[in-house]
Write a protein that binds this ligand. Structure first.
Ligand code: MOS
Length: 731
């Protein structure tokens, strides 16, 4: 079979929706113009645990413009059916206005609906809520852990006893909030029993099924529309209670309702990266060959749901060793439920494991890269299957060369630049190559243009562009003549736009749909006596720029337009799908990186400035190099934030978040961001999926925080095992 020429895939194209975004014509959830929409503002609880004893809504209701105040005393009982097709963790989800219980500080206790936003906001300030307050438990170290999830191979205690070198280290990571630019927002409109919702979501299908489950509707009675998402990092992977509030308010007032969370409310109930207490015991022989690792980790969750993330995988498969034990305990607290945040689980595990590897290297006097090379496994030792592709060694080689690793003096506190102590550090990174069942629908019109549709989402990575690149090449069209549509539950279903699985899953479905159309057209041509391609073997025909021709003989062929119009076909269409193989996988699928950082630490003040970061990635085939580079830059920025700045601070006296705003919750700004560089190794992984990608949105963040922590050690001789690394810790 002649391979279809690849022109768009691999080309460094700009975003097809770039112009829409920079001119403000890309519509985000709150910007859709829905006729007659009124405004809703949520009243948040001012206690961290207890119950509501009274709600006085008289002043609010008397305020001009206020239409209704809804709370647990007057809200209808909602079905809240179970929803297995969602990202709801095990437990009992928060049911808005269904009881008087307060489960965390900032929980919705009422909603005010008014004709203007100002009236709704002022009305919300006039609602008087009284509580029976109890002492909330919000400190991870003071909670009562649940039963652990365990993993074990070999005999860890024996392994540690036999080890020539042992480390016993305690780490702590801060709670982080996603903080996308666009806040959560929902517009809900009912027509009879049919609900349409414009929402900020990374998964229109999940929001659709959740709304149907909560309101007791058929799934197809709910339509969710979300063409643009202004950043997510995971916060929009789940249908949160405020979406239910908007739909409920719309039903009760019989008006379309718009609800936009305030920046403060973005910290109250839309997920966060949970904080961890993590103890790691590590044992190796004198050459640094690992023998045993014992991981004990406690992570926060809410009192009503058990949120877990992929904290275990890296400890099982990143390095070769006979003895591994892991215990992962959830600590239920009076907090809202966490949710995956960029690089979930792996990010935290990687900080711990890669910091510990650096300590081991230092203790043994072995170069950190050499130590990692000595522990490179031949297969996935957790599952005893080969890796589909694993080019971590190459990441080390390329990274060391490009970064100038040989210039690093391994003695801590040995390099100075005036008042600044200079250090270099590195870390390995790994992230799971997730793939999931997905569908897409494609249509080629007689005018030679094509449209591909899939429910999908684009929170920023550039789904519109990268999917169009795959479609254009499979159809043999130029980018100009292909449109990809997404963000509507009427389109074929796709998995959550998270876990870096969109390209592999949706991309493979897009490829399938477009391949089918190209083959249909070729078949039509070779069977058509009036076609110049009549009688040619179908597998000798390729399509380029909308023209079918014999491979190697461009003169013999014709355009899609001619072929379709001559055959009286208005269009060709096809449904495409992708599903990972069922049953146990014969390979282990991961993306890898080696990340390098150089820091300068003010010798007197402890201030850390990152000077350079380099990431070298084994992420499979790169569909869209320019977008991949943007992802790498964003991932490194996120990693710098996690390493040095981001920390959601709770006042444990009442469970209040004290820095619920972007002035006090620190994220990197331009002045914090130095010279960043990402290098993607050329390659592909066709074991993983038909387009050969391994996912990269999460991978690019992992490794940044430990590389910075290790660089800080190299600069200062101070080992900080707590994130974020603050000036106080270095004084
Ligand atoms: Mo990402 S945490 O999968 O949105």
């Amino acid at each position: 079979m002649s391979p279809q020429p690849q022109a768009a895939v691999g080309a460094p194209l700009s975003r097809v929706d770039g112009r829409l975004k920079v001119t403000g014509r890309a519509l985000y959830a709150a910007e859709h113009d829905v006729d007659g929409a009124v405004h809703a503002v949520i009243v948040d609880s001012s206690i961290g645990r207890g119950r509501v004893t009274s709600i006085d809504t008289r002043d609010a209701e008397a305020h001009p413009g206020v239409l209704r105040v809804i709370h647990h005393r007057n809200a209808p009982k909602l079905p809240y059916r179970d929803n297995s097709g969602s990202n709801n963790p095990p437990g009992r989800r928060l049911r808005v206005f269904q009881d008087d219980q307060v489960r965390f500080h900032g929980q919705p206790v009422a909603v005010v609906v008014a004709t203007t936003l100002e009236a709704a906001q002022h009305g919300a300030s006039l609602v008087k809520v009284r509580y029976d307050s109890e002492q909330p438990a919000t400190d991870l170290t003071e909670g009562e852990p649940g039963e652990p999830a365990n993993y074990a191979r070999g005999d860890v205690e024996a392994g540690l006893r036999s080890a020539a070198v042992r480390l016993d280290l305690n780490y702590r990571t801060a709670r982080n909030h996603h903080n996308p630019m666009e806040p959560h927002a929902t517009i809900a409109r009912w027509k009879g029993d049919k609900l349409t919702v414009w929402d900020k979501t990374q998964w229109v299908v999940g929001t659709q099924t959740e709304l149907a489950a909560v309101f007791g509707l058929e799934t197809d009675a709910v339509r969710v529309i979300s063409p643009f998402v202004g950043g997510g990092f995971g916060t929009a992977l789940r249908c949160w209670p405020h979406v239910i509030v908007a739909a409920l308010a719309a039903r009760e007032t019989e008006r379309p309702v718009k609800l936009v969370l305030s920046r403060k409310q973005m910290y109250l109930g839309t997920g966060y990266r949970p904080s961890y207490e993590y103890r790691l015991r590590l044992g190796s022989d004198r050459r640094g060959r690992l023998i045993a690792a014992d991981h004990a980790m406690d992570a926060e969750t809410s009192s009503y749901e058990q949120f877990t993330e992929a904290i275990l995988a890296a400890g099982q498969m990143l390095y070769s060793m006979p003895d591994v034990r892991q215990a992962y305990r959830l600590v239920p607290l009076d907090l809202p439920t966490p949710l995956w945040m960029r690089g979930p689980g792996f990010q935290t595990a990687s900080f711990v494991i890669e910091s510990a590897m650096d300590e081991l290297a230092h203790k043994l006097g072995v170069d950190p890269i050499e130590l990692r090379r000595r522990n490179e496994p031949n297969e996935d030792e957790a599952r005893n299957v080969p890796f589909s592709t694993r080019r971590l060694r190459e990441c080390y080689t390329v990274g060391a060369r490009e970064f100038g690793w040989h210039r690093r003096d391994p003695r801590p506190r040995s390099t100075r630049d005036g008042d600044w102590l200079i250090g270099m550090g590195m870390a390995a990174g790994v992230y799971d190559t997730a793939r999931f069942q997905a569908e897409a629908r494609a249509r080629l019109d007689a005018d030679g243009t094509a449209v591909v549709e899939a429910a999908a989402s684009d929170m920023g990575p550039g789904t519109y562009t990268s999917q169009a690149q795959v479609a254009a090449d499979a159809l043999g069209l130029t980018m100009r003549t292909v449109t990809f549509r997404l963000g509507d539950s009427l389109y074929p279903p796709t998995p959550p736009h998270g876990g870096s699985m969109t390209m592999a899953s949706v991309g493979s479905a897009t490829l399938d749909a477009c391949d089918r159309i190209r083959r249909q057209a070729i078949q039509l041509a070779v069977e058509d006596r009036d076609s110049p391609l009549y009688g040619v073997q179908a597998d000798e025909v390729v399509v380029r720029s909308g023209r079918l021709h014999v491979q190697g003989n461009p003169a013999r062929g014709e355009t899609y337009q001619r072929l379709l119009s001559r055959n009286d076909r208005t269009h060709l269409e096809a449904d495409g799908s992708f599903a990972p193989p069922s049953g146990p996988e014969r390979h282990s699928f991961y993306g890898y990186n080696a990340t390098f950082a150089e820091v300068a630490v003010d010798a007197t003040l402890g201030l850390v400035r990152v000077r350079r970061v380099l990431g070298v990635y084994d992420a499979g085939r790169i569909i869209s190099p320019k977008l991949a580079d943007s992802q790498a830059l964003g991932g490194m920025v996120g990693g710098i934030g996690t390493a040095l700045l981001e920390h959601t601070v709770t006042d444990h006296r009442d469970g209040r978040i004290v820095n619920a705003n972007l002035a006090d919750y620190l994220v990197p700004v331009n002045a914090d961001i130095p010279d960043l560089k990402g290098i993607f190794l050329d390659g592909e992984d066709y074991e993983a999926d038909p387009i050969g990608v391994k996912g990269l949105g999460e991978l690019v963040m992992i490794g940044v925080a430990p590389a910075i922590a290790n660089a800080v050690f190299n600069a200062t001789g101070r080992r900080v095992r707590e994130l974020p690394i603050t000036a106080e810790a270095l004084l």
